[in-house]
Structures are given as structure tokens and as C-alpha cells.
Design a protein around this ligand. Structure first.
Ligand SMILES: [Zn+2]
Length: 136
């Protein structure tokens, strides 16, 4: 959210940054109906918002070690739900012994999805506009 303040009457309004078109330079104040120029920093903002924090691998492993399928919900929600259901039935049929097998699967699955999530995120960030070297 960015706060836009009218320089004429000091009326201010919060607007989500993504709703402001990047080519919008002038805005009309809804209160005094005077036009004013948008601060130039607003045009830079949408590009800065892209940086999404990566998931913490250590935290993902600790959560799955402690909570098994429940801890997987941090790294992968669909995977966590699948393993919750599987672990539940295995625990019933094996009187809980089967959890010795499903628990490590949760830890590995959680770690793998955390690492693939982070890799996808990093590759998206590095694929932003680049200047390609001329190979002529
Ligand atoms: Zn105004």
C-alpha cells in the first residue's frame, strides 16, 4: 500500500501499489478535484515488490521432524494434506508403527519442496530483464 497525498488540500488516501498503472503520472484529487503529479517513486515501486522471501530450509526440516505431515504445511500445503491423510490411515492399520516410515518421507518431501520453491523463486528473479552480450 502506498499513501498518496494531495499537495493542494492535503487529502491523503491509501492505494495498493499494484492498482496504480506504471504509466500514470497525473492523478485527480477526489476531494478538491485538482490535478497533481504522482511522486516519481511510485513508478519504481512495483518492481521492488517482486522480491518474495525464500523459505527457510532449516525451519522446514525442524517443523517436519517435530510435527511430521503437519510441519510439511510450511513448505507444501498440498503435500502436507496428502501426507496427513496417508499417515492417518497407515497409523490406524499399523497401530502407529507405520509412522516410522511416513515420518522420514515427510521430512524429505518437505525439504525437497522447500528447495524447489527457493530455486524457482531465485530463477524467476534472475530472469528479469538482462542485457544480453552481443555475439557478433
Ligand atoms: Zn486535494
Amino acid at each position: 500500500m502506498v499513501e498518496i497525498t494531495c499537495p493542494h488540500c492535503n487529502y491523503s488516501k491509501n492505494m495498493p501499489a499494484e492498482k496504480i498503472p506504471s504509466n500514470l503520472l497525473w492523478i485527480r484529487c477526489p476531494k478538491c478535484e485538482k490535478k497533481f503529479q504522482l511522486p516519481h517513486y511510485l513508478n519504481i515501486q512495483p518492481q521492488q515488490v517482486i522480491s518474495i522471501p525464500t523459505k527457510n530450509m532449516g525451519l522446514s526440516i525442524i517443523l517436519t521432524v517435530l510435527f511430521g505431515p503437519l510441519g510439511m504445511l510450511y513448505s507444501t500445503i498440498p503435500g502436507g494434506i496428502i501426507m496427513l491423510v496417508i499417515s492417518f490411515f497407515i497409523a490406524i492399520f499399523t497401530l502407529g508403527l507405520g509412522l516410522i516410515i511416513t515420518w522420514p518421507i515427510c521430512i524429505i518431501w518437505g525439504a525437497v519442496s522447500t528447495s524447489s520453491y527457493n530455486q524457482k523463486l531465485l530463477s524467476n528473479q534472475s530472469s528479469r530483464p538482462e542485457i544480453f552480450p552481443q555475439t557478433r
